[in-house]
Write a protein that binds this ligand. Structure first.
Ligand code: GLY
Length: 355
């Protein structure tokens, strides 16, 4: 087994994120360090179940847990009330109690939905996250955001539920299709723009593909710090939404056919170009960010018009009254929140599309 890195997240309750190879094979023994023997409901999707469910179930049972599993059809289109209700009914049929646990095995959709089910069921039971994609490893498995999508937009119903543990098996990354790996690269590059030059350089010098565990650990460490300071997104945590206003609009316009990471890449490139052309950046960054995204096989623009994107974005949850809060990149390692009137969004997006 390769070496395991651990990162503490000091929320209440605190938990540990473990990163390394082989963790799905040993998940049972790792979880016994934080859980007494109990029932564990593994929630996964139709892509991940054939790859890893047997391994996880075997490891959990070997460590003394009683395991049941629920598999839903893979894809963002499953992240809705219907799947959530089916998972909740499953947990009830399996007689899970408050001392039992949900295990989210998969990518961002699975983590969000299984986490939300755990937050709702019996008014909240524990959840462990077993991310199998780069996107869930670098971002969504850490920090306790859980949600489903509504017709009005993405992630509009959800809860904060910090996981009891996160076990990120980096061996899973080897089986990821290139486009799915790229989805995670988009969130990681976003984190580089937020954090500092030394993280951003890991995308420019090829470390992301050569040693993804190093990048995952850097991204998780950065995110853990933000979440510890602002767990419920009252202020600083909003920075993690860099690129996401336009990204969610792109996803919505596409009927969720465009994956989240690809939309984040385009959203990040568009807001960087807008910031630069409106004179909000401290240095030229838009071309550098776009080059980095393109190097990872990600889009840097979108086919949708500024009008369509602005309309879709204004039903997004970040709208508060007549203002919308945008995350503006000033330079690599320095972004700021900017509240703008909703009427300014259209020209801002237009500036980002035209560059
Ligand atoms: N993905 C952004 C956050 O966790 O706040």
């Amino acid at each position: 087994m390769s070496s395991i890195q651990t990162i503490q997240v000091h929320t209440a309750p605190a938990y540990e994120v473990s990163i390394g190879g082989g963790l799905l094979h040993t998940c049972g023994q790792h979880l016994r360090e934080v859980l007494a023997p109990c029932r564990v409901a593994v929630i996964t999707d139709s892509t991940v179940a054939p790859l890893y469910l047997k391994t996880v179930t075997g490891s959990l049972e070997g460590a003394g847990f009683t395991v049941c599993s629920y598999t839903f059809p893979a894809g963002e289109s499953s992240k809705n009330f219907i799947t959530l209700a089916a998972i909740l009914e499953f947990l009830a049929e399996q007689h899970l109690t408050r001392t039992d646990c949900v295990a989210a095995l998969g990518g961002g959709v699975t983590g969000d939905m299984a986490g939300f089910a755990a937050a709702c069921y019996l008014r909240g039971i524990r959840c462990v996250q077993l991310p199998t994609t780069l996107l869930s490893a670098v971002d969504s498995s850490v920090g306790g955001k859980t949600a489903i999508d509504l017709a009005a937009g993405k992630n509009l119903a959800g809860a904060f539920l910090q996981p009891t543990a996160v076990l990120c098996d980096t061996d899973c990354l080897r089986s990821l299709p290139a486009a799915v790996f790229a989805d995670g690269a988009a969130e990681a590059i976003k984190t580089g723009v937020l954090d500092d030059e030394s993280l951003f350089a890991l995308f420019e010098d090829g470390t992301l593909t050569a040693a993804p565990e190093e990048v995952i650990a850097r991204c998780v460490r950065y995110k853990a710090g933000v979440v510890e300071r602002d767990e419920k997104e009252q202020g600083e945590r909003k920075l993690l939404n860099l690129g996401h206003t336009v990204a969610h609009a792109i996803e919505k316009c596409s009927g969720y056919a465009i994956p989240h990471g690809h939309a984040v890449a385009a959203g990040l490139a568009i807001i960087a170009r807008a910031a630069e052309s409106l004179g909000w950046t401290g240095e030229p960054i838009a071309a550098r960010i776009a080059a980095c995204l393109a190097k990872s096989g990600l889009p840097t623009t979108t086919e949708y018009t500024a009008e369509a994107l602005a309309e879709a974005a204004l039903s997004d949850k970040k709208r508060a009254g007549g203002d919308i809060t945008l995350v503006i990149p000033k330079k690599i390692g320095a972004c700021e929140l900017k509240k703008v009137p909703v009427t300014d969004l259209l020209p801002i997006i237009r500036a980002g599309l035209e560059g």
